[in-house]
Design a binder for this molecule. Structure first.
Ligand code: AMP
Length: 184
């Protein structure tokens, strides 16, 4: 799926989902238009439609494990794991996880960052679905995919609530199956 225009299985139209995403200009810094998903979470019909749509799109992929990216990815990832009947593994920023971790460093526009998972959070036979709220430049999602592979598991697909297509995140995710409910 790219934009799921004709594929929404629930009775909630995409325009309604779109209306539940609020643009907040200049947050967290000047020039960034932040996509605030909290109005969508406040709306039970919209939230449920997003989770059911992503579940419908991914249920045939044989997913064993959802991997959710800190922090808004946890919200969608956990609901989706529940709906798919899979376990949930979490990817966190450095020094948040209490047990031993596997780490990956990745480049940002200025500098670099690190993501971590618990060493025992994936099985090498796991087919993984990576989940986050927003696909922007794709750097975070790509680093997560590499981290999953470093741990020996397989990335079956990546799923997002929304994609900022003008930032070309998909190009960083070439070779992976990428799904998003809404495109901007
Ligand atoms: P990126 O690595 O550039 O794809 O950025 C991905 C991460 O930053 C995701 O976890 C998003 O939640 C967050 N993010 C990036 N841009 C935005 C935006 N405009 N609005 C909301 N979240 C964003």
């Amino acid at each position: 799926m790219n934009e799921l225009t004709n594929k929404l299985t629930s009775d909630v139209p995409l325009d309604l989902l779109r209306s539940r995403i609020r643009d907040v200009p200049d947050f967290p810094k000047p020039g960034i238009v932040f996509k605030d998903i909290t109005p969508l979470l406040n709306d039970p019909k919209a939230f449920r439609a997003v989770i059911r749509t992503l579940a419908k799109e991914t249920e045939s992929l044989g997913i064993d494990r959802v991997v959710a990216i800190e922090s808004r990815g946890f919200i969608f990832g956990s609901a989706l794991a529940y709906e798919l009947g899979t376990g949930l593994s979490i990817v966190r920023k450095p020094k948040k996880l209490p047990f031993r971790t596997t780490k990956i460093d990745y480049a940002l526009e200025y500098g670099s960052d690190t993501l971590e998972m618990h060493v025992d959070s994936l099985d090498s036979r796991d087919r993984v679905l990576i989940v986050d709220d927003v696909l922007a430049t794709g750097g975070t999602a790509r680093a997560t995919a590499q981290l999953v592979e470093l741990m020996g598991a397989k990335v079956q697909a990546l799923a997002f609530l929304l994609e900022l297509s003008f930032l070309h995140g998909r190009e960083k995710l070439k070779g992976y199956s990428v799904r998003s409910v809404l495109e901007y």
